[in-house]
Design a protein around this ligand. Sequence first.
Ligand SMILES: [Zn+2]
Ligand SMILES: [Zn+2]
Length: 348
Amino acid sequence: MSFCVKCGADGPTYRSLCESCFLEGKVFTSLPDHVDVFQCGHCGDYLLDGKWLDIEAREEVSEKATELALQISKDATPVNVSLHGEKIDEANYHVGMTIAMTVEGLEVNEARTTIARFKNTSCPRCNKLMGNYYEGTLQVRTRDRKMPEDQREEILDRILKMIAEHTKDNRELFISKVNRLNTKEGGLDVILSSSTVGKHIAHQLADQYAAEVKETAKLVTQKQGKDLYRVTFLVRLPAYRFGDIVRYEDKLHLVGALRANSTKLTNLKTSQGLMVSNSDMISAKVVGRKEDIIEAVIVTETDREVQVMHPTSFKVFDLKKPPKFERKGDTVKVFQLDEEYYLLPLQG
Ligand SMILES: [Zn+2]
Ligand SMILES: [Zn+2]
């Protein structure tokens, strides 16, 4: 048997007191009488627990802010919290809260109220956006020729996808500007709020297109002891693309997969495949585009040759099969250079 040291009542005790003496005059939770909530006047996001969040209803925001402002005594373990926010006027919301806790195994409930006060501010992303802030410029160009428009759009599409990926964990990332260039060189400039992301994207493009990246940094300001560098990443794509025909070491080759450091070529005459480092590929000259390759209908086929008909001139002529040649369907891919025709060793 135990009894309360204060009132002498028999029964279970909590720190030597009966339940009512133990809980008498005690509170386990507290809320400030008002809770300030900041909303960005430009994008509408709310600042909660150090993060900018897009939340539809102010009721919900007032409840979340109140829950964050709640203080619970170390002796208590919260079991359930319920909240109800209600509008007083545009800027003020009344929030009622009940907190169910356990203290020394006892069930304790408390109710608290506060006023959530909405304040206008400007978030760091909007500040940067309005200040035309940028750190990184991606310049995408092609070596020795104007960048074709379809390639430019394909690359822009890739860049936008990569940026969308990065935005998921970097709220302050945005594109300041996209410039499609109408110059002789053509190409693309993408101006970004982050040079780190710019660098990452430049190197991913380099891997995908066998491009080279040149980086130049310029110190623009020193604000509050912090240096701001603007970095330009020049991504220089090779003149050739997948499926083009190039002259390399005086022989014609079909361009295969482009990698970060090398490019695959297939000799049109011997069908031999070779990997050429991208630095050596600088000497390769494009003699034909993927679009220049024609589909010719097969008239007859022997072990060594195929007889084909030109799709526009309807001229019929014989072509020697390169080694390992395998036809797929009723047509073959043929490349013409000057007066000579080449049957492509890879017909896929
Ligand atoms: Zn007692
Ligand atoms: Zn904002």
